[in-house]
Write a protein that binds this ligand. Structure first.
Ligand code: ZN
Ligand code: FE
Length: 239
């Protein structure tokens, strides 16, 4: 399996997870259809599945057209059945979703929205975290509580360190300023920011990150308890 990063809209990332043996792919969070159609048609790859982490427009915007064009199957959290457009397959927390050669564990991560899920492709050692965990940041809490968001991040922290993190937005550089303000002596963070600047200056995405990097540099994952996490989240909302 390989992952292709498809920049969408202003700062979203959609991801294709591609099975080259079968010329088939899943898309994670298609913000819009066009860049995804362009990539797939060009390479003659068939889009079998559309996986959504949550219902926000910048994550589901391409569902309808992509389903129409490729006859793809739309997959999402069962409790969001009425707000994920064109949903066909209803997932539960902790479920193993398996289709063709694609296999992922579903991790329910409420906080940003009540129905947010992450897709952990454990055999490939990567996770699609949508708007729950960003590189050097985490999602805003819209529908859940601080304690839910904290618990959701704890679930991700329990995965193997080398897990690659593919998140929903390119917010890394802007997030880095907040981390640096409240953790100015973190050498690993300073190194990550300098690597990050090089990538961005050369026109590359900062993604993927790794769980190890995030545990060492992301101030939200470094928070020692729920109380300090909540304080940081509030500070970030007004940063
Ligand atoms: Zn969102
Ligand atoms: Fe988003």
């Amino acid at each position: 399996m390989r992952v292709e990063i498809i920049p969408c809209l202003k700062d979203n990332y959609s991801y294709l997870i591609i099975d080259d043996k079968n010329n088939s792919a899943c898309v994670i969070d298609p913000s819009e259809d066009k860049p995804i159609v362009d990539y797939l048609k060009n390479k003659n790859i068939n889009l079998k599945y559309i996986l959504n982490t949550h219902h926000h427009p910048d994550h589901i915007g391409g569902n309808k057209n992509l389903k129409k064009i490729f006859k793809s199957v739309v997959v999402g959290f069962k409790e969001d059945y009425n707000r994920i457009p064109e949903i066909d397959i209803f997932l539960k927390d902790n479920q193993i979703w398996r289709a063709e050669n694609f296999i992922a564990k579903i991790i329910h991560t409420p906080g940003h929205t009540s129905g947010h899920i992450c897709y952990h492709f454990f055999e490939d050692q990567l996770i699609f975290t949508g708007d729950t965990l960003f590189s050097l940041g985490c999602g805003r809490i819209f529908e859940g509580t601080h304690s839910q968001m904290y618990e959701s991040l704890e679930k991700i922290k329990a995965l193997p360190e080398k897990t690659k993190i593919y998140c929903g937005h390119e917010y890394t550089f802007s997030n880095s300023k907040f981390c640096l303000k409240y953790d100015p002596t973190n050498k690993k963070l300073i190194k990550k920011i300098s690597d990050l600047k090089k990538k961005i200056d050369n026109g590359f995405p900062s993604i993927p990150s790794t769980l190890k990097d995030e545990m060492e540099c992301n101030i939200f994952l470094k928070a020692k308890d729920q109380k300090s996490f909540s304080k940081l989240r509030d500070l970030k909302d007004n940063f």
